[in-house]
Write a protein that binds this ligand. Structure first.
Ligand SMILES: [Zn+2]
Length: 184
């Protein structure tokens, strides 16, 4: 199972658990256990939560609502009413507890609290008029990310996954063109 945390915000990272959304969507959260692993791997969330089928379904509906709202922002269109309702409702839940130690911040709480934290992060991001949310430059990828780079010049969700792939494909095309014998 491959989880990537490259979007710069847990709400966008959750949305990105479905890849290649416009062609053949790949969902890495197939079961409640996948969601438990995803939450444990996410730096900003509690290390251990348990998911049942109910909380799993809420997580998936929150994920889709966050994706739609972020895409609305990217495309400059108004937010969908139902998506707003889902995200705003999730944000009213209890929050994870935080604790400072020498290893840094430690967060604990259940899955509902984790989802509430994700919803609030998403709301803070989507309400920020200066946040530069972009879609990855590799068309099939469809991942949304927060561009924090200087001058907002980041083009890919990640160099390994997408940037290098696009560059390698462009190189192969150039080489093929160069090797083609001249027409006679
Ligand atoms: Zn990408």
């Amino acid at each position: 199972m491959y989880f990537a945390f490259v979007s710069g915000n847990p709400a966008l990272d959750l949305a990105a658990t479905v890849g290649t959304r416009r062609s053949e969507p790949i969902d890495v959260l197939a079961t409640p256990a996948d969601l438990e692993r995803w939450v444990a791997r996410c730096d900003e969330l509690p290390d251990h939560v348990t998911a049942d089928s109910g909380t799993f379904q809420s997580a998936l509906s929150l994920r889709e609502a966050l994706y739609h709202l972020a895409l609305d922002r990217v495309l400059g269109r108004p937010f969908g009413r139902e998506d707003l309702r889902i995200v705003n409702a999730a944000a009213t839940g209890p929050l994870p507890a935080v604790e400072l130690g020498n290893a840094g911040l430690r967060m604990s709480g259940d899955l509902v609290a984790a989802l509430s934290h994700i919803a609030r992060s998403g709301i803070a991001l989507l309400a920020d008029p200066h946040a530069r949310i972009k879609e990855c430059g590799r068309a099939e990828c469809t991942r949304l990310y927060l561009d924090r780079s200087r001058g907002a010049r980041r083009t890919w969700c990640g160099m390994d996954e997408c940037g290098n792939r696009v560059k390698a494909a462009a190189y192969r095309t150039r080489r093929r063109t160069a090797e083609r014998p001249a027409c006679s």
